[in-house]
Design a protein around this ligand. Structure first.
Ligand SMILES: Cc1ncc(COP(=O)(O)O)c(C=O)c1O
Length: 378
């Protein structure tokens, strides 16, 4: 008879205590609410009533059905989805959606509008072009991706099957303040870096997608929300896994989903509800972002990247006088327990990702640091 494993045999693995957590400004995978991590920790070895970890149970078990059901209703409640929207938990990241969307919807007789306000929108365009004709309704590339379009900038095509845009361009820190007006054409939005950060006017969207690793949980699960009328447009003869109808018909259980990711996403939804839902979380997000922009605007030591009316509440980006000074800023901040402030390599500078779960105390620590740094180096 084999000896049952009753204690950890991983004595060579060290672990960090919660009290040693630092402020995590990284763009994704990003900070997860501490109560969610604690709950997951408490349930890691044995889910109540199950006696196994969520990572060890079948995705077809009753317990997992409960978890995915709870995650689905959490997403629906928070975003105010009506019955004609399907909530899917897929894999392949937001990046796979760049391909899957045109594969499903872009037919030979139609075009698709793309509004490009940053690096992620550009990547979406690259994949869509392989599938069919697209219309660039707006691009801010020549201007260095500093703003979203004004209504009069949009050159939409009335023959478009959908209009794609990126609600928050994570790298540039450029965010739509409200939905672009595409008339009767359904909006398809990459909300990877601001999903559930504020209420949205859901009926304007034919589809919403987001990699989970910023506002929803860990990487490896992609939230896809698709409206019924869009499913009627899906092309025939797609590979089974790439056809949205497969996942709708099988309630995201056609193949083995990321069970762990969905479990955490469910807990994150519960946490957001506890914060007063999207209205409550929006208030906190606006207050946090304002603290940073107030310091940027106080003098000319810091320069915000985005135009004021396109500024992101999730990923504020800014520059300092020189690259050396920026390096010094990141190094000193890191030494004070603020990690992940270096801007994306393509734009440089500083990026403070302050997603839903990022604590206001961390923003206060950063703004204090910014002020002292400016005094010392200005
Ligand atoms: C707005 C946006 N879209 C798409 C992606 C790509 O997501 P994934 O890594 O899940 O494919 C990212 C990742 O940072 C992002 O910020």
């Amino acid at each position: 008879m084999s000896t049952p494993v009753t204690t950890s045999d991983a004595s060579n693995l060290n672990f960090t205590k919660a009290s040693e957590r630092i402020y995590n400004f990284s763009a994704g995978p990003a900070v997860i609410p501490l109560p969610v991590l604690e709950r997951a920790q408490a349930e890691m070895l044995a889910l109540p009533g199950v006696g196994m970890s969520v990572m060890e149970i079948s995705h077809r078990s009753k317990k997992f059905e409960e978890i995915i059901g709870s995650a689905t209703s959490g997403v629906s409640r928070l975003l105010g989805l009506t019955d004609d929207y399907h909530v899917l938990f897929l894999q392949g990241g937001a990046s796979l959606q760049f391909s899957q969307i045109p594969m499903n919807f872009l037919t030979e007789d139609k075009t698709a509008d793309y509004i490009v306000t940053g690096s992620w929108g550009k990547k979406a365009v690259k994949e869509a072009k392989r599938e069919g004709t697209i219309n660039i309704a707006f691009t801010a590339q020549e201007e260095g991706f500093k703003r979203v379009p004004k209504a009069e900038d949009l050159k939409l095509d009335a023959n478009s099957v959908y209009c794609h845009f990126t609600t928050n361009e994570t790298i540039e820190g450029v965010q739509f303040q409200t939905e672009p007006d595409a008339g009767d054409v359904p909006l398809v939005a990459d909300m990877s870096s601001d999903i559930m950060s504020r209420p949205i006017d859901v009926k304007k969207y034919g589809m919403i997608y987001a990699g989970a690793q910023k506002n929803l949980g860990p990487s490896g699960v992609t939230l896809v929300i698709v409206r019924d009328d869009m499913l009627k447009l899906v092309k025939d003869n797609l590979h089974t896994m790439l056809d949205y109808r497969t996942h709708v018909e099988n309630k995201s259980l056609y193949n083995t989903p990321n069970t762990w990711g969905i479990y955490i996403l469910d807990l994150v939804c519960q946490w957001v509800e506890g914060k007063g839902g999207l209205n409550g979380i929006q208030q906190q997000n606006e207050a946090k972002a304002k603290m940073i922009y107030d310091v940027i605007d106080a003098n000319d030591f810091y320069r915000g990247h985005a135009d004021v009316d396109s500024r992101s509440r999730m990923t504020p980006t800014f520059r300092l006088g020189s690259e050396d000074l920026e390096k010094q800023f990141v190094k000193e901040a890191d030494a004070e327990g603020m990690n992940g402030l270096k801007g994306h390599r393509s734009v440089g500078g500083i990026r403070a990702s302050i997603y839903n779960a990022f604590p206001v105390e961390g923003v206060k620590a950063l703004t204090d640091f910014m002020q002292h740094f400016a005094q010392r180096n200005g």
